[in-house]
Design a protein around this ligand. Structure first.
Ligand SMILES: Nc1ncnc2c1ncn2[C@@H]1O[C@H](COP(=O)(O)OP(=O)(O)OP(=O)(O)O)[C@@H](O)[C@H]1O
Length: 374
């Protein structure tokens, strides 16, 4: 389980009728980069170029100083020699092999003797919490279990770069958060250089240090994940981010914000008290009141309305910090119906209360804070 940390440098162009990918990016050794973007923006095409399944028209892919692709020189290392591990949406395990033999496959292919490969496989199965399933075949595993075995298999091969293609897309809502936590842990512990393609901003938040947003084949935004999602520079990113964020530290009762206020929420598996964390919720989960509400478990805080923007079927309210209220409320949004705006007589400058049900808030670690030194 030697950590492998290689930098990835990509500068490629690939054209198709009606579509052009033109991407330059660098992933630092041990860094996890998320690639977010809508359907057809080129995410899978980029992964295909990195994995060696597609040849770009122009440019280079360099991993840990090795040139994997150089279109100008016609150089192209084939997929299985790249030191690149791909975790696809479907686990793609060998059906006739046990979980253990599936994971041992990579080490065996590298020439590791049988017993040692078996030990490596068992270590990785234990790492992803499925050691007790070592003797089962893929048909005897649930989707979530099979995907854990696939994670173990990808990492046991000691790739210099891990590519994750929507790794939770095929899982049900219960299995996805647990696997997300496991992946976050093993990628970080191993200091892996990784690139994760996803539609889901929550995946990006839990797994990645940095984020790029692709649209129509080009990078439209890039930066530390939390910063990009919390303060999107383009309306496009704001729309896909679609999340409100409060940063703080994980505490037994929730997220402790810098002013000491605690936001209650649903904890992502693996969240450890005392680490930097974020509370995340969609603006539609925020209810607005003229008077302080009582009752069901809610996170309630005073704000001043800074602006009202009509959207498709809602009005987005922008908050400013209220005098004496929490500073972290500055810039938060609430989506309410036009009827609620009229009923409550909402207008800029009005002091109101925002209330968010704890069940609508997700508490997750803020990896960008803990992992990346930059
Ligand atoms: N094999 C192919 N042949 C021709 N065009 C393709 C092929 N695969 C993808 N495309 C086109 O290339 C563009 C980029 O597709 P790509 O699959 O990379 O997008 P994506 O961001 O991964 O989308 P999604 O989120 O839907 O998977 C799209 O216009 C798509 O229609």
């Amino acid at each position: 389980m030697t950590p492998r940390s290689s930098a990835l440098d990509v500068d490629v162009e690939l054209g198709r009728p009606g579509f052009a990918l033109s991407v330059a990016l660098r992933v630092e050794p041990g860094e996890v980069l998320a690639v977010l973007g809508p359907n057809g923006s080129g995410k899978s095409t980029l992964l295909g170029v990195l994995a060696g399944l597609l040849r770009p028209d122009r440019g280079r892919v360099v991993l840990g100083g090795r040139t994997l692709t150089d279109a100008g020189r016609g150089a192209h290392v084939p997929p299985h020699r790249r030191g690149v591990g791909l975790l696809a949406q479907q686990p793609l395990l060998f059906p006739h092999l046990t979980a253990e033999a599936n994971v041992a496959f990579g080490p065996r292919a590298r020439g590791v003797p049988r017993r040692a490969a078996r030990e490596i496989a068992r270590r990785w199965l234990s790492e992803v919490d499925v050691l007790e399933l070592a003797d089962r075949r893929p048909a005897e595993l649930s989707g979530g279990q099979a995907q854990r075995v696939a994670v173990a298999r990808a990492l046991a091969a000691e790739p210099d770069l891990v590519l994750l293609d929507e790794p939770f897309a095929a899982l049900d809502v219960d299995a996805a958060p647990a696997l997300r936590a496991v992946l976050g842990r093993v990628l970080r512990a191993g200091g892996r250089t990784a690139l994760v393609v996803t539609h889901d901003p929550l995946d990006a938040l839990v797994l990645s240090d940095r984020l790029v947003v692709l649209d129509a084949g080009v990078v439209v935004e890039a930066g530390p994940t939390r910063q990009v999602l919390a303060r999107p520079r383009t309306a496009f990113t704001a729309r896909i981010a679609g999340l409100e964020l409060v940063a703080g530290v994980a505490a037994p009762t929730g997220l402790r914000a810098p002013d000491g206020a605690v936001l209650a929420g649903h904890r992502e598996p693996g969240l450890v008290d005392g680490v930097p964390a974020v509370a995340v919720f969609p603006p539609r989960a925020v209810a607005v009141h003229r008077e302080r509400p009582n009752g069901s478990p809610r996170n309630v805080f005073p704000v001043v309305l800074a602006g009202l923007e009509p959207r498709a079927d809602v009005v987005r309210l922008r908050a400013a910090a209220a005098p004496g209220g929490p500073g972290w409320a500055e810039g938060l949004s609430a989506d309410v119906t036009p009827a609620a705006v009229a009923d409550l007589g909402l207008e800029p400058g009005l002091p109101v209360w925002f209330a968010v049900k704890a069940t609508e808030v997700t508490l997750c670690p803020a990896p960008g804070e803990t992992v990346s030194a930059r």
